[in-house]
Design a protein around this ligand. Structure first.
Ligand SMILES: [Zn+2]
Length: 278
């Protein structure tokens, strides 16, 4: 059987939503391989060849995929490119001293707002229904089922509103959408990208903050170094745990069919643990 629509996505949250809505009807390729840190990705020649054959190219934003603008214009695929950042509610970039290399004016991690992620799902269903109207009913049904699960996830997250210590330290500034939704303040070790190195002064400030605000957990993330998070936690005598920006999953997780919702549920347990909640 041939797939009815071919789509190339850039990062895991987009891939997962297309998989959930399109199922077997979509020949789906994700550019960032499983198990790698997504911010650092740059496509290779074979990725570009595959991309030029797809019916659609879905990017999260030209801010996150800084390499995409040039490729889209050189392949002349503007008409089949969907920039999902135009379909969601964006929040302005929080500026701090170590974000100078970042060019965009908005925070690109919008999929960590469940409402935004629902919008992405709706856009994908509409896109598939237009391209493949014969299966529109199926896409609509898949969308409806997925939205029910996302609504339930949102209801679960409401518990965070009851927490007493809503300050968290995370590896990079990926969680602002979640933070704003639930009244959390995020402090980050590396700023807007996971691999930036903090200065000794910044590290000292984070250690002081952890002690002063009685922050019980310093979060690292799995596709970037956990060294600084662990040394801050050690100095402040608190624990560490992984909190995931849902920018990617591992190869083993992809084989198990782990999705956005699974990771968001894991994150919820960890945040609940770290913020002194009911
Ligand atoms: Zn990020």
């Amino acid at each position: 059987m041939f797939a009815d629509v071919s789509i190339t996505t850039t990062i895991f949250p987009l891939y997962d939503v297309v998989k959930n809505i399109g199922g077997d009807n979509v020949k789906l390729t994700n550019l960032v391989p499983f198990g790698v840190e997504a911010h650092e990705f740059e496509p290779k020649a074979k990725d570009i060849a595959a991309l030029s054959k797809s019916d659609y190219f879905i990017i999260s934003s030209p801010v996150f995929e800084t390499w995409s603008t040039k490729i889209i214009s050189s392949l002349k695929i503007q008409d089949k490119t969907i920039d999902m950042s135009q379909k969601v509610k964006l929040i302005e970039m929080k500026h701090s001293e170590h974000e100078h290399e970042h060019k965009g004016s908005y925070d690109p991690h919008y999929w960590l707002s469940i409402d935004n992620y629902m919008n992405v799902a709706k856009e994908v269903a509409a896109l598939l229904s237009t391209k493949d109207p014969e299966n529109a009913k199926l896409y609509e049904a898949n969308l409806a089922a997925y939205l029910v699960k996302l609504e339930a996830l949102k209801t679960d997250y409401e518990v965070l509103k009851s927490c007493k210590n809503k300050k968290v330290i995370v590896n990079h500034d990926a969680f602002e959408y979640l933070a704003q939704e639930y009244g959390i303040t995020q402090y980050s070790i590396t700023g807007m990208t996971p691999e930036t190195k903090p200065s000794p002064k910044q590290i000292a400030q984070l250690i002081d903050l952890t002690k002063k605000e009685k922050i019980p957990t310093v979060f690292f993330e799995e596709f970037a170094s956990d060294k600084v998070a662990k040394s801050i936690a050690k100095e402040a005598n608190v624990k560490t745990d992984a909190l995931r920006p849902v920018e990617n999953i591992t190869v083993a997780e992809s084989k198990k069919g782990i999705g956005y919702i699974d990771i968001m549920k894991e994150n919820l347990v960890k945040l609940h643990d770290a913020m002194d909640c009911q």
